[in-house]
Ligand binder design. Structure first.
Ligand SMILES: [Zn+2]
Length: 88
């Protein structure tokens, strides 16, 4: 992890502003979704990658626990639900 050496104050509503240079480097534009992950005492902010989330339930997919159908990624839980529905 690269430290960018920037200290920002959190405003009264808990908001922070991402540095313009960091947004440019990461390709984050205004109104783009970002993902925040808390790890212990750290909060990591990542550019949201919808390709790593299930098309149906939006759950983040870890590793290869997914199925790709027509360029859409589906988690195995949703695949199981679809299988159960189709068996009825
Ligand atoms: Zn799913």
């Amino acid at each position: 992890m690269e430290s960018v050496g920037i200290v920002r104050k959190v405003d009264k509503l808990g908001r922070i502003t991402l540095a313009k240079e960091d947004r440019k480097i990461l390709g984050i534009n205004g109104l783009d979704p970002v993902e925040m992950v808390r790890e212990g005492e750290e909060i990591i902010i990542k550019k949201y990658n919808k390709d790593s989330c299930c098309t149906i339930c939006s759950k983040k997919i870890e590793g290869d626990k997914s199925l790709k159908v027509e360029k859409k990624i589906i988690c195995l839980d949703c695949v199981s639900k679809i299988e159960r529905i189709s068996e009825k």
